[in-house]
Write a protein that binds this ligand. Structure first.
Ligand SMILES: [Zn+2]
Ligand SMILES: [Zn+2]
Length: 237
């Protein structure tokens, strides 16, 4: 058995029974915890499976939000034409992706800060890549982490069902309509000649069952760019 190393302030645990016994998304029967960890063998395996499973979601979720795969993560200038905006917008996918991103990068920070092993996991990775790299290199260190192993496992089960629900065919979709005046003014890069703006067309989001009036004006290429409430748009146009 490998002994994993944690910072000095982490208090080692010696629980006899897996902490995922009798919890939601866990197992009913009491199973012995692997020595030096809070989880049973089955839960350690599930930990790795879930990291791999979650790694597939970021790009799929992004397809439900932006016009083109991966646009959200591009650091280069976004190039869009008025025809490539997606006709619908899935807000649940946007929320799920943001949560998955936050969760993934909090783990990346923990690994960079605390894991004694040299790590290929890096903040500049996309979330999907980072999750796969964690599955490959750090599953044991993460799942054995005293106290946090079981709670990360619980987080992943929750995130997985959140992603599944967001991609459900019945999830409400916002209609998107192209706004003819104006483009997204979000600065995407700073150069010697000044900032480069996104320049993607703007789209109006019409809530499900919302008639013809958009509730919000957003960038068609990246949902994290500027969002303009419709009242503000009407006042300035
Ligand atoms: Zn277990
Ligand atoms: Zn933009």
């Amino acid at each position: 058995m490998t002994a994993y190393q944690y910072p000095a302030w982490v208090i080692p645990v010696h629980t006899a029974t897996c902490l995922r016994t009798g919890v939601r998304g866990g197992h009913d029967a009491a199973r012995p915890a692997q020595p030096g960890s809070d989880l049973c063998t089955g839960c350690h395996r599930a930990f790795q499976r879930l990291l791999i499973d979650l790694s597939a979601y970021p790009s799929v979720l992004a397809d439900h939000i932006t016009a083109r795969r991966g646009t959200r993560y591009d650091t280069t200038r976004v190039q869009s034409s008025p025809t490539d905006y997606a006709p619908t917008y899935n807000r649940a996918a946007d929320v799920a992706l943001a949560e998955l991103d936050d969760w993934t990068f909090s783990l990346v920070r923990t690994i960079r800060r605390e894991c004694p092993q040299m790590s290929p996991v890096h903040r500049s990775m996309r979330a999907g890549e980072a999750l796969l790299a964690m599955a490959r290199w750090h599953t044991g260190w993460l799942s054995h982490y005293p106290g946090l192993g079981p709670s990360w496992l619980g987080d992943m089960i929750r995130l997985q069902s959140m992603c599944r629900r967001a991609l459900d065919a019945h999830a409400p979709r916002f209609r998107r309509v192209l706004i003819r005046e104006g483009v997204c003014m979000q600065e995407v890069e700073d150069t010697d000649l000044g900032p480069i703006i996104c320049g993607a067309p703007l789209v109006g989001l019409i809530p499900p069952g919302g008639g013809t009036r958009p509730a919000e004006i957003v960038c068609s290429a990246d949902s994290t760019h500027q969002r303009i409430p419709i009242q503000d748009w009407i006042l300035t146009h």
